[in-house]
Design a protein around this ligand. Structure first.
Ligand SMILES: [Ca+2]
Ligand SMILES: [Ca+2]
Ligand SMILES: [Ca+2]
Ligand SMILES: [Ca+2]
Length: 282
């Protein structure tokens, strides 16, 4: 038996046949197992009877796809005789399960300036249904236009690839919402948080803030001659700046934030800009 619907109350009927009469006619039917189906005797206006097999509890293909039942019809003779029918039921799939993402939040790191096509991460979702009902397609949902230009999700594999140029100095992280949907109206969503990591792709920029082009010959050591700003867009170690001037000149360079600190002292990691002062050394 195939094509049995999965809702209780659906039925399949047979007209029993026993060529004997009266007490020797069919007296009893049994169906085993009886957890999903029961038998009901039905009479027709002409007095003939038929047996109906009725679904009493819902079928779930995801739990049991096949059901094997045995129907026994016994007559009232002595000794009683019986006939047996094996009933094989295949439960057809209905799209009654939504895709489920394997994680609610995915985290990934990727270097800025990574080549186009670099795989950042992959999301995955499973759907308990069969065949086309269990196929999952991935897409972005509620993602900004800019983010859409930088990333793409493969609808079949869930792989997230880079499709634009990532610049750590412009944006350090992105959040993508991925929709995993089956071919029906069921879906699940997950988040992908992508951290962009810094690459040393910026040179320090020197800015002359003030400068005295003439200096009196009796200027005292320590007189400030010029103030410069040094700025590097990169972060952490990539943003450390070392400043130096020629050794053969009667000037030294020192940090205006840390007066007295030696030539070539490094910029503190926290600040981006630092004033450097050329001072008379002797
Ligand atoms: Ca199903
Ligand atoms: Ca499904
Ligand atoms: Ca950059
Ligand atoms: Ca950088």
């Amino acid at each position: 038996l195939q094509n049995m619907h999965s809702r209780p109350g659906c039925s399949q009927s047979w007209v029993p046949q026993d060529s004997d009469v009266a007490i020797n006619d069919i007296q009893k039917y049994t169906l085993k197992p009886s957890d999903h189906f029961k038998l009901e005797m039905q009479s027709q206006p002409d007095g003939s009877q038929f047996v109906e097999m009725v679904l009493i509890t819902p079928l779930d293909r995801e739990k049991d796809e096949e059901h094997a039942l045995v129907l026994v019809a016994s007559d009232g003779g002595a000794p009683p005789r019986s006939g047996t029918a094996r009933i094989h039921i295949t439960v057809l799939d209905v799209n009654d399960n939504a895709p489920v993402c394997s994680k609610q939040v995915y985290k990934a790191e990727v270097q800025e300036n990574s080549p186009l096509g670099t795989v950042v991460t992959a999301v995955s979702a499973t759907d308990a249904d069969k065949g086309v009902n269990g196929e999952v397609a991935y897409s972005f949902s509620r993602v900004s236009k800019e983010t859409k230009q930088l990333f793409d999700v493969d609808s079949k594999t869930g792989q997230i690839k880079i499709t634009g140029s990532l610049d750590y100095e412009r944006s350090k992280s992105y959040q993508l919402n991925v929709l995993a949907s089956d071919h029906g109206s069921s879906s699940d969503t997950c988040k992908v948080i992508i951290q962009v990591t810094d690459v040393n792709d910026n040179s320090p920029i020197i800015q002359l803030m003030s400068f005295s082009s003439t200096i009196s010959e009796d200027a005292l050591p320590g007189t400030t001659v010029a103030v410069i700003n040094v700025h590097d867009e990169d972060s952490e170690r990539n943003g450390l700046v070392e400043c130096s001037i020629n050794n053969d000149l009667p000037f030294k360079i020192e940090s205006s934030l840390m007066p007295g600190s030696p030539i070539n002292c490094r910029k503190p990691q926290t600040g981006r800009c630092l004033k450097w002062a050329y001072r008379m050394e002797k």
